[in-house]
Design a protein around this ligand. Structure first.
Ligand SMILES: Cc1cc2nc3c(=O)[nH]c(=O)nc-3n(C[C@H](O)[C@H](O)[C@H](O)COP(=O)(O)OP(=O)(O)OC[C@H]3O[C@@H](n4cnc5c(N)ncnc54)[C@H](O)[C@@H]3O)c2cc1C
Length: 516
């Protein structure tokens, strides 16, 4: 074996241990957990985790196929895990509590999802994923989730043992014989049913968001925020300084928020101004602080300096908030509204809004008055009612995604292990052909004509939706890839991507005049 091959083997061995450690719990043999913990959990990071975990689990069992496997949860992670398992020729049953797969995200037209925006500057901004299966492109959540489900239903569902919708798994027990007993509700039956499996993958996510009022809506539920702003509502109180709270604050404040496109424009401008290393350094330094409060203080200084001294005039103008008559109060438990796990680009935009005086930050909690039911802001020194007429938006995060199965201490251990793994999308170091072709989905190979043709429809959908451009799979001058065509005035061709799904894009030099 060459020295290089030895190094890869050693590194992969470390990764097997790493991924298996982060997906398992002592005393819970036979179960792998696909998240949900870690910094900046996203569609793409959960998918990366699903592929990594299936690979590491397969390595450990010496790649024996035909295991009877249950996947619990039909969100993005569950679909990706089951696709990966089916491709490795296991017998897979998927359980989903809802009557629909990926239900919340499929109905969220008001949310934009992007493969890498939350991970910039650690990762380069890329509009598409490059995964073995179930690729998607930056789009509103409904478009991305539906496209993932479409590919899953077409190519992977036919190879599955069962899809069990409307079944809530209530327990998983290990039998004396070492098999896993999955206990679940059966519609129309009062007593639960159970089935035996060799292994179980739990992909049940974070759980529902914490509700303070019955009327609180999930981050993914369609809301009336844009409509309220348009109709002239001017007073808002947002609770929570995770990405959910920051995004909704920015939606209100930034006239050009455009579902989050402003973030990409800002990142591109910061890249052009050479600010990527500075933002990287700030994020690295913040993580060294002894506490989340210390980190928040550090961010406050560092990002307000960056906004005031380093952003280009164009970027600063872009971030000029819509201040006229607007009162936006952001409430969170940290001394400043900057959590280590929030996306750097959102923190920078909030720093600009604070500098403009467009948002007021209060360290505290939004609570419910037990007698009047009215919203109150509780700080270390006071308890005051939220001003009358304020629209209150609660973005205080989810809880309880694993309470149905694990004890508190176990959840804490899993969280620690998964934070150690980290959620940064790890570059694929798996053997190139590990996730082979499956039921019409070719092996991922950006230089194979078969794979390029397979991904062409998704590439065309993206190019048309974003740029009013299109493509074919003919490459250029014997180079494999997409050839991209654009109409005059439809797009600034310099904005067209240089690759999609890891496949090279060759942009024809002249717009296609007759095609409009
Ligand atoms: C407030 C908030 C905002 C977010 N914003 C973004 C964002 O903008 N972009 C982004 O990429 N990510 C975002 N995320 C992260 C998001 O959770 C993930 O991207 C994605 O939804 C994770 O998919 P998942 O499959 O792991 O979990 P989920 O999407 O939560 O899916 C879990 C599935 O399991 C099912 N289930 C649960 N318990 C059981 C059970 N006992 N039996 C059977 N089925 C069960 C559920 O019904 C659900 O369908 C956000 C998360 C939160 C909480």
């Amino acid at each position: 074996m060459t020295k290089f091959a030895c190094m890869i083997e050693e590194e992969n061995q470390d990764r097997v241990t790493l991924f298996n450690t982060a997906s398992s719990l002592p005393g819970r043999q036979g179960i792998s957990f696909i998240g949900p913990f870690g910094s900046r959990v996203s569609f793409a990071s959960q998918q990366a985790r699903a592929f990594n975990t299936v690979w590491a689990w397969s390595e450990e069992r010496a790649h024996k196929p035909n295991a009877r496997v249950a996947v619990i949860g039909g969100g993005i992670a569950g679909l990706t895990t089951s696709a990966a398992l089916v491709a490795k020729r296991h017998t897979v049953t998927l359980f989903e509590a809802n009557t629909e797969l990926v239900k919340c995200q499929k109905n969220a037209r008001h949310r934009y999802v992007h493969p890498t925006v939350n991970f910039w500057p650690s990762l380069t901004l890329k509009p598409t994923t490059s995964q073995p299966y179930l690729d998607w492109y930056e789009a509103t959540s409904d478009v991305a989730a539906k496209s993932i489900e479409r590919e899953w239903r077409r190519f992977f569902l036919p190879r599955m043992q069962q899809l069990r919708l409307n079944r809530t798994v209530t327990d998983i027990k290990r039998t004396a014989a070492g098999t896993m007993k999955v206990v679940f509700t059966e519609p129309g039956h009062t007593s639960p049913k159970s089935e035996l499996y060799d292994h179980v993958f739990v992909a049940t996510g974070f759980g529902a968001e914490i509700k303070v009022w019955d009327t609180d809506r999930s981050y993914w539920d369609p809301d009336d925020l844009d409509g309220l702003v348009e109709s002239g509502h001017r007073s808002f109180t947002i609770a929570g300084t995770g990405d959910g709270g920051l995004i909704d604050t920015l939606r209100i404040l930034q006239e050009e928020f455009e579902g989050g496109h402003i973030c990409f424009r800002l990142i591109k401008d910061m890249e052009a101004s050479g600010l990527r290393p500075a933002v990287t350094a700030i994020e690295v330094e913040a993580k060294k602080k002894g506490s989340t409060a210390e980190a928040a203080k550090y961010y406050a200084r560092a990002y307000s300096d960056l906004v005031e001294r380093s952003l280009s005039n164009d970027a600063r103008a872009l971030l000029r908030s819509r201040v006229t008559g607007m009162t936006v109060t952001l409430v969170g438990t940290l001394p400043f509204p900057y959590a280590v796990n929030s996306a750097p680009v959102h923190k920078i935009m909030i720093a600009a809004a604070l500098a403009d005086g467009a948002v007021r930050y209060t360290q505290g909690k939004v609570t419910r008055d037990p007698i009047t039911d009215e919203p109150m802001i509780k700080t270390a020194k006071s308890l005051v009612p939220v001003a009358a007429g304020n629209k209150v938006v609660m973005r205080i995060g989810p809880g309880g995604g694993l309470n149905w199965l694990l004890k508190k201490g176990e959840i804490a251990s899993l969280k620690t292990a998964q934070l150690y793994l980290g959620d940064i999308l790890r570059p694929a170091k798996l053997p190139d052909d590990f996730f082979e072709s499956c039921n019409g989905v070719p092996l991922r190979d950006p230089l194979s004509q078969e794979f390029i043709e397979f991904r062409k429809d998704l590439a065309e959908d993206y190019l048309w939706a974003k740029f009013r451009a299109t493509c074919d799979a003919s490459g250029l001058n014997n180079k494999k890839g997409f050839r991209v065509y654009y109409a005059p005035d439809s797009v600034d061709h310099r904005q067209l991507p240089t690759d999609l799904f890891g496949i090279a894009c060759f942009i024809v030099p002249e717009p296609v005049a007759e095609w409009v």
